[in-house]
Design a protein around this ligand. Structure first.
Ligand SMILES: C[S@@+](CC[C@H](N)C(=O)[O-])C[C@H]1O[C@@H](n2cnc3c(N)ncnc32)[C@H](O)[C@@H]1O
Length: 233
């Protein structure tokens, strides 16, 4: 309760100082505070994968990824999972996008400069111009790992809509989310969602797509499953 109250106070105080800023700015502010302090588990030099560094790559391969495909890491953070994907894909075929450049710049700083030069990953802040550039490259896959849980319910349309906007016939989006029976706040910055909510948003925004769900890992912990929303355009 104390932790929840501290988080709420912090958010309200930021909101008073930034009455018109989008929620995503608060997310960046809160995460960077941690990165500069004790470190953040998913962003920056202290980040570590929850499971394997190749988890995103392994899943995409399971869905048919080839080195010559263009793949988008939507909400790439500091490339914690993106690095393995960059390594697998041909030069210039990886797109990492996020709500701030600060996160992927931290990731680039931790990578071998020759590797980055050779692989030429494409990176950009999510906005209409970047999305148009990504779309022009005709991605075959759009994957979003550990991101959906960071999106408040009121912003889910915009998040999933933006992912759907990158799809073209034959392409696939894979969106990981923690699934629970009810929408539940997991921390100051994260929520789990019922499948019905995610499905409703996806069907509204991609009415002609084939929409299904698959487990990311088997089993349930504290009433939460790790699930993939699969959208086939
Ligand atoms: C826990 S990190 C995960 C980063 C990366 N996908 C990984 O697994 O290492 C969550 C990421 O989601 C991004 N994010 C939060 N809200 C977003 C939104 N509405 N659209 C796109 N990305 C978002 C954050 O900026 C952050 O990089």
């Amino acid at each position: 309760m104390k932790r929840w109250w501290r988080g709420t106070k912090r958010y309200l105080s930021w909101r008073l100082r930034n009455p018109f800023a989008p929620y995503e700015d608060y997310y960046v502010h809160a995460v960077m505070r941690k990165v500069r302090g004790a470190g953040h588990p998913a962003i920056g030099p202290k980040s570590r994968p929850v499971r394997a560094q190749t988890e995103l790559l392994d899943f995409l391969k399971r869905y048919g990824l080839q080195p010559g495909d263009v793949a988008v890491d939507y909400g790439c953070g500091s490339l914690r999972l993106g690095e393995a994907l960059i390594g697998y894909l041909e030069p210039g075929k990886y797109w990492g996008v996020d709500i701030t450049a600060e996160f992927y710049e931290l990731g680039l700083q931790g990578m071998d400069a020759d590797f980055v030069r050779e692989k030429a990953p494409k990176l950009g802040v999510i906005n209409p111009e970047t999305l148009a550039r990504v779309r022009a490259d005709k991605p075959r896959f759009v994957a979003s790992w550990h991101v959906c849980s960071k999106v408040p319910e009121a912003r889910l349309d915009s998040y999933i809509g933006s992912i759907v906007s990158l799809l073209s016939p034959g392409s696939i989006a894979l969106v990981h989310f923690p699934e629970s029976a009810e929408r539940r706040q997991l921390s100051g910055l994260a929520w789990s969602s019922p499948r019905s909510l995610i499905e409703k948003v996806a069907r509204k925004l991609a009415p002609d797509a084939d929409i299904s769900f698959a487990p990311l890992i088997e089993g349930e912990r504290d009433g939460i499953r790790q699930t993939l929303l699969v959208i086939r355009a």
